[in-house]
Design a protein around this ligand. Structure first.
Ligand SMILES: *Cc1c(COP(=O)(O)O)cnc(C)c1O
Length: 384
């Protein structure tokens, strides 16, 4: 089914095809060519990030981070349940056990006050997820990690360009992962980036990303042949994707402006409903600079959300819910988690609604969504 107002539409700059043509002309299609280098440089400079490597997805960047954490079976990783499966899978693939912690009511991010009590002698990693591009309380998380000797892996899939106390997300933990999936702010279809804070971790990451070989050092002339030196897999994207992505990254400020505009329109348009207590608007704490990754609202209960989604659908608007909590999923239950354990996660998961949101969305479409949402909630209050 196609909708009059879709949920997402990838924003195309227009220079992508030209860059791909250049890359075909140079006959360099495999990874780590000139466009990949340009992306690395631009990301490093834009975000004051010491070490960046493009990957085939955020999922693969998380897998690299998990590999570099040197986990052993039975080791534990602390993460929110209100996230995408990849945050958990990356560690579960290494034999680790996911330990889920509830989220804060305001940012919907992991509640840093609950982390300490989830730590056991087997805990190795904390994996905060910056939901909607709004930062977790990183100072507190990093302080706990430093004191308890844990690694911090930021799932910054949604947070490219967002900040915490003036620092870019993805540069605050030991490792981080960005996503350039079609649904994110800057895209190449499927893609991501891995970030590391230390030189030592980065050198090993290069090897892990190149099938466990020192091929990157070989290409730089640092060794005279390359060989198998560590575990690893193939996590580097083709130059074709890097060429597409570079066109997007060159225009990050323009895309960021467009997204901010839509966010502000929604916020102002829905404020009257929030004032009447009919919905809750997103909350961005003063320390956090959002990248306006998505626009979500919380309604009163699951029935209201179900009816609202249906109402919008009939009006030709595709809005969506978000994560089914990982702790109540079949795999989560196999790890010993149960419904009822994380009340805020469960409540938010039932009541959250994401509105259509993409760079280039028209004023008229934003107004239509606001009107349909307002009409439904006001009418439900009167008659429901
Ligand atoms: C999108 C997303 C991912 C996965 O990104 P891919 O690039 O599709 O692998 C992981 N975590 C979060 C929080 C995401 O939003």
């Amino acid at each position: 089914m196609t909708y009059r107002i879709p949920f997402n539409k990838p924003y195309v700059i227009g220079t992508e095809i030209g860059y791909i043509t250049q890359c075909l002309a140079a006959a360099k299609l495999s990874g780590d060519g000139p466009f990949t280098q340009l992306c690395h440089k631009l990301l490093q400079e834009s975000f004051r990030a010491p070490h960046v490597l493009l990957t085939t997805s955020c999922t693969s960047a998380l897998e690299m981070a998990a590999l570099l954490c040197d986990l052993e079976p039975g080791d534990e990783v602390i993460l929110p349940s209100f996230t995408f499966v990849s945050t958990a899978n990356a560690f579960v693939l290494r034999g680790a056990k996911p330990v889920f912690v509830d989220i804060r009511r305001d940012t919907l991010n992991i509640d840093e006050k609950l982390i300490e009590q989830a730590i056991t002698p087997r805990t190795r990693v904390i994996a905060p997820v910056h939901y909607a591009g709004v930062a977790c309380e990183m100072d507190v998380i990093n302080e706990i990690a430093a004191r308890r000797g844990l690694r911090v892996v930021e799932d910054a899939a949604q947070a490219v360009g967002a900040t915490y106390k003036g620092e870019f997300l993805g540069t605050l933990g030991d490792f981080a992962a960005y996503s350039f999936h079609e649904t994110k702010n800057f895209v190449c279809g499927e893609g991501g980036a891995f970030l590391a804070a230390s030189r030592r971790d980065f050198e090993r990451a290069e090897i892990v990303r190149e099938k466990g070989t020192n091929r990157s050092q070989f290409f730089r002339g640092q060794v005279d042949k390359y060989t198998w030196v560590d575990v690893g897999s193939s996590y580097l994207p083709s130059e074709i994707l890097a060429a597409f992505l570079y066109a997007q990254l060159e225009h990050m400020p323009e895309i960021a402006r467009l997204r901010r505009h839509i966010y502000e329109r929604y916020y102002a348009g829905l404020q009257p409903l929030a004032d009447r207590g009919l919905l809750t608007l997103p909350i961005v704490p003063p320390d956090c600079g959002t990248n306006h990754h998505l626009f979500h609202v919380l309604v009163g209960d699951l029935d209201t959300r179900t009816a609202l989604l249906e109402h919008l659908k009939r009006a030709g608007i595709l809005a969506t819910f978000h994560y089914v909590p990982l702790h109540t999923s079949p795999v989560g239950v196999r790890f010993g988690h149960r419904e009822g354990m994380l009340p805020i996660t469960e409540s938010v998961s039932d009541r959250l609604l994401r509105l259509p949101f993409y760079a280039g969305m028209s004023e008229e479409d934003i107004a239509t969504v606001v009107d349909e949402l307002s009409g439904f909630l006001l009418d439900r209050r009167v008659h429901g």
